[in-house]
Design a protein around this ligand. Structure first.
Ligand code: SAM
Length: 298
């Protein structure tokens, strides 16, 4: 029995690309545990002409560990737009280039977007070499619904902007995923309690794939208290996952806007007509609005 259907070409050790134009490989590197690098990632990093890295000093340690001597060039958020052209020139000249970031998958809250876009615009083939990604690792083990989710990246550092961002997703029904810096974790959890309510289920994924890996699932208010009580939980790298919003049953399920429309119409129209019109305007079920109208007039 064959477990995997791996085409011969996928495992060959032939040169990476044989066309006149090179390929830009977007290569995922570990988020902590070096064993998480794939065999393909190592081969690509070994065989390309150049590795574009977010931080060349950081990545040279990773490459040294695996005995890879491919030259490195910096590609970070401050030089990516200007240097992108230089990498594209080399790709157009037929050289293969790998793009890596400090950890995980490039472009995911990491540099690389401008280079990938420039390469694609120039007609260069861009090929992902998949691997570790903190948000996927956390979601895969958090036990929150994973069929639909949204990734919000890092929240703004300033409190007012962060609170506004959280308010904007308070009624989002998909699982929410945030990256957070350890020194802002507690503040952000407190703002999440405010925006989503302390009873909303959440999971903190910390130091994933490393020695002190933690995946703690609790209602937001308890998670806040747990983090506040243990300063160790405010260290290292973390992902916060929050269960999506669930519409409450009955009148509570109506948004403020739907109730406002209903009230305006009730002032001038019979109850049944007001509920029907409000349903047309807001898209909310007529019966729900009818029940709400009854409750308001009783
Ligand atoms: N490109 C990376 C990826 O694929 O996940 C993310 C880079 S982003 C600059 C770094 C953030 O990812 C950290 O602040 C943290 O929120 C999250 N992160 C990275 N490694 C992690 C780990 N081992 N455990 C938990 N979160 C991690």
């Amino acid at each position: 029995m064959r477990l995997f259907n791996v085409p011969e070409s996928a495992v060959s050790s032939a040169p990476l690309s044989s066309s006149a134009v090179g390929t830009l490989y977007v290569v995922a590197t570990p988020i902590g545990n070096l064993e998480d690098i794939s065999a393909r990632a190592l081969r690509v990093l070994r065989e390309v002409a150049l590795i574009a890295a977010e931080d060349t000093r950081h990545s040279s340690r990773l490459l040294q560990h695996f005995g890879i001597t491919t030259p490195l060039a910096a590609c970070h958020e401050h030089n990516e737009r200007e240097q992108g052209g230089r990498f594209v020139e080399r790709l157009l000249a037929g050289e293969d280039v790998a793009l890596i970031s400090d950890a995980g998958t490039p472009l995911i809250s990491d540099p690389g977007f401008h280079l990938v876009r420039a390469a694609r615009a120039a007609g260069v083939r861009v090929s992902p070499v998949p691997g570790a990604c903190a948000l996927v690792a956390a979601l895969s083990a958090a036990g929150l619904p994973s069929d639909r989710f949204i990734f919000e990246g890092f929240l703004p550092a300033k409190a007012a902007a962060r609170q506004a961002r959280l308010q904007g997703v308070a009624e989002e029904s998909r699982t929410l995923i945030f990256y957070e810096a350890p020194h802002r974790l507690l503040e952000s959890l407190q703002d999440m309690c405010e925006a989503f309510g302390g009873q909303r289920q959440a999971v903190l994924g910390r130091e994933l794939s490393k020695t002190f890996e933690t995946l703690k699932g609790l209602p937001l208010d308890e998670l806040c208290a747990w983090v506040a009580a243990d300063s160790n939980q405010q260290r290292g790298e973390c992902v916060v996952l929050v269960a999506g919003w669930q519409a409450p049953e009955g009148e509570e399920a109506l948004s403020g806007e739907a109730l406002r429309v209903l009230d305006l119409l009730l002032a001038d129209l019979p109850l049944k007509r007001a509920a029907a019109l409000a349903a047309e305007i807001t898209g909310v079920r007529k019966n729900l609005l009818y029940q709400a109208a009854l409750a308001r007039q009783s």
